[in-house]
Design a binder for this molecule. Structure first.
Ligand code: IMP
Length: 431
């Protein structure tokens, strides 16, 4: 039996949704373990597009989906998403969708703080999604958070909110010049959310353990990407959770001995939304072309994504940090039609060549990418279903990625649809 973690290797938006949807066909259970509705996973099934922010992408494959304790849950967003899926004929009954009682909830003051702080920072802003993710994780760590287990207990919820609301309102009004949150209004609306979500609240760690003991296969669905990790990313231009594979265990209550593989999702080029360093960023026509052809707009905020060449310093950092056992290359079709392709193989910093990602952001901003150039291809590859049938230059590009990362490619995505995929080696095959 295999239990696989899927993570993004770059700065998010690598196309994890499609790969999770694809692999969920074989998995029995799909688990989200970090992040919140800052994520946006796009899936195209039979030409129909679905975007999910909180519900694991496996829901389309009718698998049991879990939202783990490491996720921060905005109850309104989750309920709206459940309604959206229900309207489109997807089963989101309590048997199919379960939420950890230990997951922290995003409160209205978290969203207000996120937005107000960003505008106060002006040009020094992080470029957050404004969904209250950072402030919610802050409260979790400072032990001022409210979990689902408290939300669904009216007395406890009232107590917790009462204990914290004055401090939140003081900060909102006095420091952020924002408006106060009304205690009674929050209590009223959140008690309705509690009623709606209560049947879905469960002890996820216990249920996942039982699933493992019953020989079921688990798929852990990471959100964002390795370089947005709170510890290992381009701090402070990061999200507020650990996005690396190790957090699949903490964020769901499953022990590390049960993880059998980690697949890293690699977009065939690099993108980033929000602020922060991006050494292989393109500012020319090629960058614009990739942005347009790849429809590189954020699924959550609609912001244009910055685009650049594939960066091996970034990718090898992800290989090590996540212990990747295989790669899935996505959006390979987008690179078609370019005469040449560049791969960044290192950074020139003063008189040195760096192969490791520097922690110092000032140093990183002074790094210049060193490129290796490969010939491109002009053929449309979206109808190809076998690696050997890809054009020679496409195969060379893929082989070079494998060589430089010392990691095998398991999946190649050549279009947004579920079927527009080449499966070289299925991660659940155990091979
Ligand atoms: P936050 O997660 O909303 O606090 O945003 C922090 C940083 O992470 C910003 O640069 C966001 O653009 C980025 N970010 C958060 N979620 C995603 C995602 O799902 N894809 C890509 N970038 C993201």
């Amino acid at each position: 039996m295999a239990n696989i973690v899927i993570v993004g290797t770059q700065w998010g938006d690598e196309g994890k949704g499609k790969i999770v949807d694809l692999l969920a066909d074989v998995a029995d259970v799909v688990v989200r373990f970090q992040g919140g509705n800052n994520a946006g996973h796009t899936m195209v099934v039979n030409g129909e597009q679905f975007i999910s922010h909180l519900v694991p992408s496996g829901i389309l494959q009718k698998k049991t989906c879990y939202i783990g304790n490491g996720v921060v849950v905005d109850p309104k967003v989750l309920i709206d998403e459940m309604e959206y899926l229900l309207c489109r004929g997807i089963d989101i009954s309590p048997e199919k969708l379960k939420i950890s009682a230990l997951a922290h909830i995003i409160m209205p003051y978290h969203c207000q703080m996120d937005v107000a702080r960003e505008s106060l920072k002006g040009k020094n802003k992080i470029g957050t999604t404004g969904r209250g993710i950072g402030p919610c994780y802050e409260d979790k760590v400072s032990r001022q958070g409210i979990r689902l287990v408290e939300l669904i207990d009216p007395e406890l919820f009232r107590e917790r909110l009462l204990a914290i609301i004055d401090e939140k309102n003081f900060y909102l009004q006095q420091y952020l010049s924002s408006s106060a949150v009304d205690f009674q209004a929050v209590l009223d609306v959140f008690s309705q959310y509690a009623e709606r979500l209560k049947p879905h609240v469960a002890n996820i760690s216990v249920e996942l353990h039982e699933a493992i003991m019953a020989g079921k296969q688990l798929l852990f669905e990471g959100a964002q990407g390795t370089h947005l990790d709170i510890d290992h990313g381009t701090y402070p231009f990061v999200t507020s959770s650990n996005t690396v594979a190790g957090n699949a265990c903490c964020g769901s209550g499953v022990g590390p001995k049960h993880i059998t593989g980690v697949m890293g999702i690699v977009k065939a080029y690099t993108t980033r939304v929000g602020q922060g360093p991006f050494p292989s960023e393109l500012f020319d026509d090629i960058g614009n072309r990739i942005q347009q052809k790849g429809a590189e707009f954020g699924a959550t905020t609609g912001r244009k994504r910055r685009c650049g060449w594939l960066d091996m310093v970034v990718l090898n950092n992800a290989v090590r940090l996540n212990g990747l056992t295989s790669l899935a290359i996505t959006k390979l079709d987008v690179l078609g039609g370019l005469d040449t392709l560049s791969i960044c193989t290192g950074y020139a910093y003063k008189d040195k060549i760096l192969k490791e990602f520097p922690a110092n952001l000032k140093m990183l901003s002074e790094c210049r990418p060193i490129y290796e150039t490969l010939p491109g291809w002009s053929e449309d590859i979206s109808n190809i279903r076998c690696r050997e049938e890809l054009p020679k230059n496409t195969r060379n590009y893929l082989s070079r990625i494998e060589e430089l990362t010392q990691t095998p490619i398991g999946i190649i995505s050549v279009g947004p649809g579920r079927d527009e995929t080449i499966v070289v080696r299925h991660p659940f095959s155990g091979a």
